[in-house]
Structure formats: C-alpha cells, structure tokens
Write a protein that binds this ligand. Structure first.
Ligand code: FES
Ligand SMILES: [Fe+2]
Length: 397
C-alpha cells in the first residue's frame, strides 16, 4: 500500500535519492525525524508491519505479572500469565474502552478494569462482568464473555525480547530472525540462546534520549564516530580494527577484531563454550531493523530496544546477558557490574551525537546529508531500507 502521507510529506524523488548507490545517495530528510504524522505513519506502516522490539520478558518475570507499554502512542500491556506464557494485548477494556493498566504489577494475577470492574485473566479472557444484567446480576442474555476478551497483539519472544507484529500478517518470526541466527552461529554455535542468562537484578538500564528512534539505530550501525565520540573505547578497540556488516536486508552494523572489554574491566567472565579460539577477540554489533540493537561478545551479549516515544524522543532499554548459569554466581557480581557500567558509559557518550543530529533535523539547511562510501555503508543500508518502506508502505524482511 502506498501512503498518501508519505507522498505529501516526502516526495518520491527524494526517497529515490536515498535509495541510490552510496556514493550518490542522500539520507532521509529532516521531516522524517520531526513530523508527528510521519511518526504515526511509521508505527502503522513500518514498525507495525514487521517484528519490532516492544519490551524484555524480564520486565514480567513472574507468572501472573504484567506491565503497560506505550508503543508509539498505542497503549499495550505485556503479561506473563499463570502458565508462564507471554502475551501482548491492547490496554483497553472491551466494555467502554477504559485504559486498564497504568503501572507494572508483579503480583497482578488478573486485570480488573477500574471503571465498572470487569475482570480479565492474564491470558486475555474476560472472566466476570459484575452487574452487567442489573444490580448483582452478572450475566445478561446475548452477551458472551468469550467474545469480549482483550484484543491480542501478535508477539514472539526471542532472546528474552518481546517482539510484536502489530499488523498481524508479517511473515513468520523464523524468517525474520534466521539470517541473524545463521550469522552468529559461526561464533556462538547453534542454539546459543540456551547459553544466555540474565541476572534478576542489575541487568537492565534505561537511557532517555531526545532524538528520533532512527538516529539511535543509525548511530549504532557505524563505527566511524568511534575515535571522536568514544575515545576510551577507541584505545582498546580502535577504528581500524572494525569492519562493516551488511548481513541481510533487515540488518547491518559493524564488527571488531580486537574485543577486549572484559580485560579492561578486570573481569574474566565465562565464555561461550563453542566460540572458536581464533575468533576470541571478535565481537559484532548489529542493528536488527527496525529497533533492536544487539551486541555479541565471547563472554556476554546485550540487547537494546529503542522505544520511540515521540518524533524527537526515545527510550533506550538495555539488557545484558551472560554465558552459562555459572555466570550468575555471586563471585562474578563485580565483573557483571563492570561490564554493565562500561556499556552504560559507551551509550551515554552517544547521547550528545544523536541529540545533536535531532536538533539539526529542523534546519532548512539539512536536506538528508551524504554518506562516506567507505565508512557509512551500514548506515546507508538502513536508510535504503527506510526509503523502501516509505515508498511501498510495506516492510521487507
Ligand atoms: S470500561 Fe471497563 S468495565 Fe466498563
Ligand atoms: Fe557510539
């Protein structure tokens, strides 16, 4: 489907210019980062058509827990029902459309609407409708609870990330994730997800950034900014030891040949058992479009969900994973917090860059910018993908 919003706001010729080979291409224009209309267009026609990161499963760690999440202005609820199954629903009562949940609740067990007290279980079934047929008459002819449960949003949990497909008709999640799993199996072996462990405490941080979600993704794609933005990181993982990654249509990023972070942090965390010895200093950093940023190292993994809040505002949620159950031992506590602190530092250093870009997206002097044909290959790949999504209103895998 082609959106009239797109054509009215970003001329097709401009999108064609983004899609050109890197040496002649421009980037997405400023309006894509500042327009409220395009923000909603992106929710429904870009992030909503594919698999987008919504939340971490660890945010609803206990059976019977729930958390409200705003998805680009759309109120949703993530639940872990009493069977431990994760669900995503619209945060809206089937009766008169009241917002059901305002705060996370680890002990919820169910959802009672605050307006007229209809009650749902965490699998979305409507269980009771007090006084629907008159005072103390909880049933009424012609009304069935079965047809009035919560409205479900398609979801899939992978690597502890709750992905949603808002439109409900994206290709299977397996198609979406297989290119990444295939790529990373060369390092971590097949079934690497089984090795990952998340500590109950101190593995999740949030960073508020005053920028459009696309700038956070684009910035993560490239290592070009390393020497100027991350001088400390650059001392042990210098720019000339990085390579571009364009792994599939829906992912790009960069890799390092000299990963050594754990040594810097004075740590020796357990490593992936099947990681090849000759690649022990390799690490890869991949943007999984649209909004999940992943980092793979021999001794830990991280995932960041970029949650778009408004055209110029995002929340970055970062979770760390360690390798093997033993890595959660108390004896590794210091190592784990050193690693988390290092990444917190790196991502904090990026804030001024993404916010600086956001600020300049309002400038009439900005017409999309250009790309280094060598250093910006991965970010240009992201822009090409964006332009294609904008042009067709359909997201390609
Ligand atoms: S709006 Fe929820 S019970 Fe009436
Ligand atoms: Fe950075």
């Amino acid at each position: 489907m082609t959106s009239s919003i797109t054509q009215n706001t970003i001329p097709l010729t401009q999108l064609d210019a983004v899609a050109k080979p890197i040496g002649q291409a421009v980037g997405m224009p400023g309006t894509a980062y500042t327009s409220e209309a395009l923000f909603h267009f992106e929710r429904d026609q870009l992030l909503g058509l594919t698999w987008s990161g919504l939340a971490f499963a660890s945010e609803v760690a206990a059976n019977g827990s729930l958390a409200p999440v705003d998805f680009m202005g759309l109120p949703l609820i993530v639940t872990r029902d009493l069977n431990g199954h994760i669900n995503v629903f619209h945060n809206v009562c089937s009766h008169r459309g009241m917002t059901l949940v305002k705060e996370a609740n680890p002990l919820a067990r169910g959802i009672r609407c605050p307006y007229h007290s209809w009650y749902y279980d965490l699998s979305g079934s409507l269980k009771s409708t007090p006084s629907i047929g008159g005072v103390r008459i909880n049933e009424v002819a012609g009304f069935s609870c079965e047809n009035n449960g919560l409205k479900r949003v398609r979801c899939h949990v992978w690597m502890g990330i709750v992905f949603i497909n808002l439109s409900g008709d994206a290709p299977d999640f397996t198609d979406f994730i297989t290119p990444l799993e295939n790529r990373w199996s060369q390092f971590s072996g097949a079934g690497f997800l089984d090795e990952l462990h998340v500590p109950e405490q101190g593995a999740l941080i949030e960073i508020d950034v005053q920028c459009n979600w696309k700038l956070a993704v684009e910035n993560y794609c490239e290592s070009y900014h390393l020497p100027s933005v991350h001088p400390t990181l650059n001392t042990y993982s210098p720019l000339d030891q990085h390579y571009n990654i364009v792994a599939a249509e829906n992912m790009s990023g960069q890799g390092s040949y000299v990963y050594n972070l754990s040594d810097i942090a004075g740590t020796e965390l357990p490593r992936f058992p099947h990681w090849p010895e000759e690649k022990m200093s390799h690490a890869e950093y991949i943007s999984l479009y649209p909004n999940v940023l992943l980092g793979l190292q021999p001794d830990h993994v991280f995932a960041m969900i970029v949650q778009p809040q408004a055209p110029g505002q995002s929340v970055e949620k970062l979770q760390l994973y360690y390798i093997g159950a033993q890595s959660l031992d108390e004896s590794y506590g210091g190592c784990r917090s050193a690693v988390l602190k290092s990444w917190q530092q790196v991502f904090s250093e990026d804030i001024f860059a993404v916010e600086g870009m956001q600020n300049a997206r309002r400038s009439s002097g900005f017409t999309g910018g250009v790309f280094s044909p060598v250093m910006d290959v991965s970010s240009h790949h992201f822009h090409q993908w964006l332009a294609q999504c904008y042009k067709t209103g359909t997201v390609r895998l």
